[in-house]
Design a binder for this molecule. Sequence first.
Ligand code: A3P
Length: 311
Amino acid sequence: GEGHRHRTSKRYREIMSTLPKELGWTSDHMYQYQGFWYTSMNLEGVMWAQQHFKATRLDVFLASTPKSGTTWLKALMFAIMNRTRFDFSTHPLLTFNPHELVTLLEFYFHWNIPYPNPNTPLPETQLFQTHIPFTSLPESIVDSQCRILYLCRNPKDVFVSMYCFKENLTDINLAPLSIEEAVEQFCKGVSLFGPFWDHVLGYWKVSLEWPERVLFLKYEDLKQDSLFHVKRLAGKKGIVHEIIKLCSFENLSNLKVNKTGVLQACDFIIEKKKFFRKGEVGDWKNHLTTEMVDCLNRIMNQKLDGSGLTF
Ligand code: A3P
């Protein structure tokens, strides 16, 4: 119940008060835990998941850094995994936001609603989403041998998408972080679930080690050749065209369910439309100065050097 949640929260906040802190993007501070940066709310959720979450072998996890196109992958995988259950004229994706259909692992702790969520049409769904870095995943996810799909995206587009998104989340009492300061923080590794490069490299390495368990995808590739990638994910032909159309930025962003209303978990409230900004590759060119681009390129080249991963 609520009392238990508050006591647990208090315990997590006590642990947090001993961790390294930095200027936050969206809240007063970010905390470094097991090498990654979190807002207090996200970190509570991560700690809860590490303690309590039990994955099974049949589960599928969609992992990503925030703003890599998670909303899109959630829609695609929900449609793929339930392709025999729904027809396209009454599909749940027409009346629910993708985030209402696929559970965010590190938000369980913050939901006021029982699990499984009785409002979603598929309470028994075995599809989950997480931003938790590979090395901090709950042990049961690693031990259960379940499948993981990792989605990443060009870091400059992720940065811009995150910076624009942050405007919707920022605590009103907080002095706004300028884009210059945000680049500086991002290049220091201080971003939501950052360092970005460590997040990406963590999953990249396991995808090379265990290709049958961890599939590594890029937003740009998915965008450029949706047909190829969705066929590969679906493992079957036929309905992939309808799935691609249903989940397209054009279609989803124009649905009433995604244009209006909010998503809420505890005191975190966000308008659904904020998950659909532009959905383009290379929008960073419209936002970043040459200095910012240099800074981001320099750190990425240095950190990804020798990994075989490029953007
Ligand atoms: P932009 O801010 O560049 O537009 P996440 O879902 O991980 O929060 O990522 C959000 C980014 O994915 C946003 O990028 C958003 O517009 C884009 N996006 C959302 N739905 C999409 C879709 N169906 N197809 C392609 N991109 C999508």
